[in-house]
Design a protein. Sequence first.
Length: 472
Amino acid sequence: MKPLFLNPPTYEDFDGGAGARYQACREVTSFWYPTWLCYPAGMIAGSKVVDAPVQRLDLTACLEIAKDYDMVVIYTSTATLFLDIATAKAIKSERENIVTVLVGPHVSVLPEESLRQAEGAVDIICRGEFDYAIKELCAGSDWEQVAGISFKRGAAIVHTPDRPLIKDLDRLPFASQVYRRDLPMNDYVIPHFLHPYISIYSSRGCPSRCIYCLWPQTFSGRTMRCRSPQNVYEEVKWITENIPQTKEISFDDDTFTADINHARGVAKLLKPLGISWTINARANCDYETLQIMRESGLRHVVVGYESGNDTILKNIRKGITKEQAIRFTKNCQKLGLSIHGAFIMGLPGESRATITETIEFAKRLDLNSIQASLASPYPGTEFYDLCVANGWIASDSFLDASGHQKCTVSYPHLSAAEIFNSVEEFYNRFYFRPKYILRSIGRMIMDSGERKKLLREGKQYLAYMKKRRGGQ
């Protein structure tokens, strides 16, 4: 079978498809590559990847493309499952014999419920990593012999044995080669990355025990599996030679620094290439490793601080204290590394006092940029089970009508509305302080390109806040 890998049409500016961890529309437009879809696409002749939100393709356009394929593999998420099932149903109505497959964390955790919800619109669900399952299905393997899938047979649902996690990641193709073949790379923008950027993985899985993090608990596992540094170097070298307009490589691993030897090994090989790169890092990475990476081209780190309260950090099993985070941040700033801090409002233990504490903590760290998210208890995570057990679920819907994140948790001492409003308060108090404004003005004076970028982001943010306030 010839497969179409589809990141389906959804809400405008929805940033949660096939590679990102943020399953909602963003305050400022940003798009991640559909990396997970590109690995199996690179192994199957005649395949194609379509990223509808980025390519601005509506359902009608996707239906027209799907006519030329025997299978459509649709990436879905908890937040968009009902929309993605509707897409599968529309595809089936055009060609009844086409095979429709859903992949992603949500259906991996709830395959039976998802198949029943789909009511015949979906033929197969792949649980967990689906690279080789799709390859085997397209090669004509009997469905019952393909590990890691679920499908209906009459009224019954068949679950084949779980597929082991892939150990040898070097056997997988380079996702970047599929990007160049199928995707409009210039349209992928993350505001705090140099543009154009390319996102790849050097590993899968994360050994950390954070209770809220979706991917390790539902999809990629809590065992970190690394590509060899040489294999990573070969892909980056290929990018520099074949996509020379690339300004920056983003290693979108769950935690690039979780294996220090791997991080150092990759860094040392990348150094001669002279390319700028970014990573997702934990705030416990030692100074020497940061220095090795910095000297090899590391420019920017994305760090999940989550909270400025030590009790909350213990509640979520972050494995890092505030003091460690402060020391790590100072080390990064000493080395001249840019930092994008990620925070989550509404985690267990949150209160009005801890909200203020976290905002003041972020201001004290004086990061280059931040993102503040609402705590979202996705099925399959320990956080979800904790919320259900304690009656903290405030809403069954993760999104509002426009695709923006809703607060789905509340506590006896802190309402969902208070948590929701804390995000706007966080942004206002962080970005509109005199020190940050003066620094931004300095950047604008120094660089006309930076000025245009900041003004564009400012306009997008103001439009977003107006929409959240109902037009006010």
